[in-house]
Ligand binder design. Structure first.
Ligand SMILES: [Zn+2]
Length: 272
């Protein structure tokens, strides 16, 4: 199994995993996911933009999805909801933004949804869009943890600031950084290799980034990461570190706030 170099292995041998997450590559570089509680066979679809592919993946697993979790209203995440609902019948379609196609239940920050034994908590994470939510999932039987981060947090990157401010994005990334370090991070796009080029550019001496670059070269699909790995290798989660500050700030910028540093790094990435 080609797990990322620093992934905690605490669940791989001693505890039987009952939360199963299957990435389904869709469109050019998006990921939809199947979130499965193996014990109860309850299943959620995360951002099923190409329903045929995602439902086919569910069929192969021998499971029938009972709800849809949408991270945000952009078409490449929510654009398959109506067709998925046509196939699934009257199931709930969750999200944090009334603009989401097919939405049946709007979630607020910290609202929870059950998927069998899995407890799913919505984390309001404005920045990329104003109604963006991430989904933090805990398996109440095994303690296994995962977070679906949509276009808020990518592996070694973050979403563009289309609607929110840098301050909102920093608060969103801080929420994810505050989750337990072993939490697996399932992101919305396979941008990892490009993101790492930029991460290496801003922190050329960071050994964890170098290791991740080598790992990502050998692994086409890089999801999931973990909260721990992102704290070590994601420039947007490292705006408070001396290493990143020394690299990106000029002498007259030492008074910049954390969110101003994030904005500066975001602009550097936009034109990288
Ligand atoms: Zn988006």
């Amino acid at each position: 199994m080609n797990r990322l170099f620093l992934v905690s292995r605490q669940f791989s041998t001693s505890v039987r995993r009952t939360m199963i997450i299957k990435p389904v590559p869709v469109l050019e570089d998006n990921y939809s996911y199947l979130l499965i509680d193996e014990d109860t066979k309850n299943v959620a679809l995360v951002d099923p933009v190409e329903p045929a592919k995602v439902l086919d993946a569910a069929k192969k697993q021998g499971v029938t999805p009972q709800c849809i979790l949408t991270t945000h209203h952009h078409w490449d995440h929510a654009g398959g909801n109506k067709d998925a609902l046509k196939s699934l019948g009257s199931v709930d379609c969750y999200g944090g933004d009334e603009r989401i196609e097919g939405l049946t239940k709007q979630l607020k920050d910290n609202d929870t949804v059950k998927v069998g034994n899995l407890q799913v908590k919505a984390l309001a994470t404005a920045g990329h869009t104003l109604g963006h939510v991430c989904y933090f999932v805990e398996d109440t039987k095994t303690g296994q943890k995962a977070v679906f981060t949509g276009d808020c947090l990518f592996s070694s990157g973050c979403g563009r600031l289309f609607e929110g401010s840098a301050k909102q994005m920093l608060a969103a990334l801080d929420k994810i950084a505050d989750l337990p370090e072993e939490t697996e991070v399932y992101f919305g796009h396979e941008y990892t290799r490009k993101n790492l080029q930029f991460a290496e550019h801003v922190e050329p001496k960071n050994e964890d980034i170098k290791k991740k670059v080598a790992w990502a070269k050998a692994n086409q699909c890089t999801t999931p990461s973990t909260v721990k790995i992102e704290k070590l290798t994601n420039p947007f989660m490292r705006v408070r570190t001396q290493e990143l500050k020394q690299s990106v700030l000029s002498d007259n910028e030492s008074g910049l706030s954390d969110s101003e540093i994030l904005l500066k790094v975001r602009k550097m990435k936009d034109s990288f």
